[in-house]
Design a protein around this ligand. Structure first.
Ligand code: NDP
Length: 286
């Protein structure tokens, strides 16, 4: 075990990018993966393939994990739970805040410490200067292993609660998927009308630059101010009707804008027709 030494468990696209970043930086790397053959190229580059989970855990103080979900995490660590004693697990696997908290307790009950993280870049971003991950969990463990973790991404530390990294990650992913599907939906209307994705791209970039709106609404959301002085739900509903008609006449599925219109109608039915878009939070929050 050396100071520049780490174990990595999980060699999907993300884990492979992480393993290569450690090798690029001269780390002494031990890897384990359920499908052992995925480590072949890494072994050719100098990584050590552990034969068992126990061997992988015992090889280093810091064990980085990058898996599909926490089911995979338990499936692996239950093979050698006693080997967690004294180890720090940096769990860079996405899952829910509750599962991140449960897993932290599970690791602690076996004498280990867990840091949780949510990686905010795709695999090619690993090891690049602007890459960032959310982290939460015990600050002292983070500081002990900061240098090794920063080989992968910068660290945005959110606090002691192990669920925080997962929570911030899931909030961002909520915005990411719905926003990106909206982009695909708009591009489908463009395509149906003979406009290529590249042709529409500069217009999409302008339309989807929401910064002004995000900053405008944030203080109003915090203050509970739904004043309809610049926008109203009634106006928004009429606008969405136009989108749905345009999509329909283009032969494009309307389930996405219809779901948004349904939210608008529910808020209008609750008396918010003359209020701002922010009053949608009244139907979004149960
Ligand atoms: P994958 O789903 O491809 O990860 C697969 C890894 O999990 C493999 O090592 C696989 O092993 C292992 N695994 C899955 N199920 C089990 C199981 N039951 N037992 C043992 N091992 C199991 O994900 P990625 O590599 O793409 O991503 C890893 C994490 O990073 C995920 O949580 C993802 O949400 C997150 N992330 C991914 C991004 C991306 O763009 N890829 C971006 C940001 C975050 P095997 O090889 O044997 O199948």
């Amino acid at each position: 075990m050396t100071a520049r030494s780490v174990t990595l468990i999980g060699l999907g696209p993300m884990g492979l990018a992480m393993a290569n970043a450690y090798l690029d930086n001269g780390y002494d790397l031990t890897v384990w993966n359920r499908t052992a053959g995925r480590a072949d190229d890494l072994v050719a580059r100098g990584a050590r393939r552990a034969d068992t989970v126990e061997d992988a855990l015992k090889a280093n103080d810091l064990v980085v994990m990058s898996l599909t979900d926490y089911d995979a995490f338990y499936a692996i660590l239950e093979q050698a739970p006693e080997a967690l004693a004294g180890r720090t697990v940096a769990n860079l696997t996405s899952d829910t805040p509750d599962r991140a908290r449960e897993a932290t307790e599970w690791v602690a009950a076996r004498g280990g410490v867990q840091l949780t993280a949510g990686v905010l870049v795709p695999p090619p971003g690993i090891g690049t200067p602007d890459a960032v991950s959310y982290y939460s969990g015990p600050k002292d463990a983070l500081e002990t292993h900061r240098e090794t973790l920063e080989v992968l991404t910068q660290i945005d530390y959110l606090g002691d609660d192990p669920g925080l990294a997962a929570l911030y990650y899931q909030i961002g992913i909520d915005m990411f998927w719905t926003g990106l599907v909206a982009y695909l939906h708009g591009q489908a209307i463009a395509k149906a009308n003979g406009i290529s994705a590249q042709q529409f791209l500069p217009h999409a970039v302008k339309t989807m630059d929401f910064r002004y709106f995000l900053e405008f609404y944030a203080p109003r959301l915090d203050a509970g101010n739904d004043e309809g002085d610049v926008d109203t739900l009634s106006m928004g509903a009429a606008s969405l009707e136009h989108v749905i008609h345009t999509a329909k006449s283009s032969g494009v599925d309307v389930s996405l804008p219809s779901a948004v219109l349904d939210l608008f109608h529910r808020a209008i039915a609750a008396g918010h027709g003359r209020d701002s878009l922010t009053s949608l939070t009244k139907v979004l929050t149960r």
